[in-house]
Write a protein that binds this ligand. Structure first.
Ligand code: DP6
Length: 328
């Protein structure tokens, strides 16, 4: 697929555009074993989405780096640190980086995951680094650990057993689920994941038991994904999500990412399930409700969540592919 670039690049300039999709963890990552290498403390298992996209164009330039996010020139410490790290390992010239999301940035819709996955993929394409999928995933993880999982598509695992590079489990078409995302606030979150998980590690009395339960949830989830057991996966995912939020709530100062719409979303998903609808919820470091459902039930779920007071937006998405260059 060729894609129009929004920036004009003179002939002979090395340049590439990559597209990546956010992913949603069903077994969550929250906490780092080693901050210096951004190595997670907990394994995670996710689904990569379709339709929601980050598109990133990278082009070499003279002078210094210029970063443009959603049309606005910005200083972005996370991207700057990541470029610094890459330059310790590869010869990369000053870059123009233009990135845009077709969904709200930094509000719990995993924009940092798709952002870093698209960035490393575009840099690899523009600079001919020749990275393998695993290497791209490992570099993306250094930028943001959840981004490692957006490098691959469908169902993905991220664990120590694969050297903390994402491992594809099922392609999107092998178990085609839907996700209904109810956006209950478009505001940027006040405490980002990196800072929040470090606070949790230092202060939450539940942190140790979170790590223990995560190991069990991850092993169980691998097994239920392999046999495509939707209700067992839902039980594991909801427990993992609620335990992560228990850690967040017991962090000092407390990390309360939910709003009234989040709680109402949980209530509605549980009521739908009691009425026989195939659906479970998950929530990340933000107030949005993500309802994972069987494709035949997506419309019922969409209607029930769209009617909630305070819902700003509803997205119904399927499972999508990993990050890829669309032009170079
Ligand atoms: C709640 O990957 O954004 O979405 O590695 O510090 O960049 P850093 O954190 P990040 O954390 C994601 C946390 C989460 C759960 C998950 O996606 O597993």
């Amino acid at each position: 697929m060729k894609q129009e670039r929004s920036i004009r690049v003179p002939a002979g300039i090395r340049c590439a555009t990559a597209v990546a999709h956010p992913n949603i963890a069903l077994v969550k990552y929250w906490g780092k074993r080693l901050a210096a290498t951004n190595t997670p403390e907990t394994a995670s298992l996710s689904i990569t989405l379709d339709t929601l996209t980050t598109t990133t164009t990278v082009a070499e330039k003279s002078g210094s780096d210029r970063i443009v996010v959603n049309g606005e020139a910005v200083r972005d410490a996370k991207i700057e640190q990541f470029l610094h790290l890459l330059r310790q390992n590869f010869a990369i010239p000053p870059l123009l980086i233009e990135t845009s999301n077709n969904f709200p940035t930094a509000s719990g819709l995993a924009s940092s995951a798709s952002g870093m996955a698209a960035l490393v993929t575009a840099i690899d394409g523009a600079m001919d680094l020749g990275l393998s999928l695993e290497e791209r995933s490992r570099w993306a993880r250094r930028g943001s650990a959840s981004a490692a999982r957006s490098v691959t598509g469908g169902f993905t695992a991220l664990a120590a057993s694969n050297g903390w590079a994402a491992e594809p489990l099922l392609a999107p078409g092998e178990w085609p689920l839907n996700v209904v995302i109810a956006v209950t606030s478009r505001e940027r979150k006040t405490v980002g994941s990196t800072e929040g998980m470090e606070l949790s590690r230092r202060t939450s009395p539940f942190y140790g038991s979170w790590i223990e339960s995560n190991a069990r949830d991850f092993e169980a989830a691998l097994e239920v994904v392999a046999r495509r057991d939707f209700s067992a996966l839902g039980a594991i995912a909801e427990a993992s999500c609620l335990r992560m939020h228990a850690v967040m709530l017991t962090t000092d100062p407390p990390l309360v990412y939910w709003n009234a719409g989040t709680l109402e979303g949980i209530r509605r998903v549980r009521a739908l399930r009691e009425a026989g609808v195939g659906v479970f919820f998950t929530i990340d470091a933000g107030p949005q409700i993500k309802a994972v459902c069987l494709p035949g039930d997506a419309d019922k779920v969409r209607v029930a969540l769209a009617e909630m007071p305070g819902v700003q937006d509803i997205h119904v998405v399927g499972l999508g592919p990993g990050a890829a260059c669309v032009s170079s």
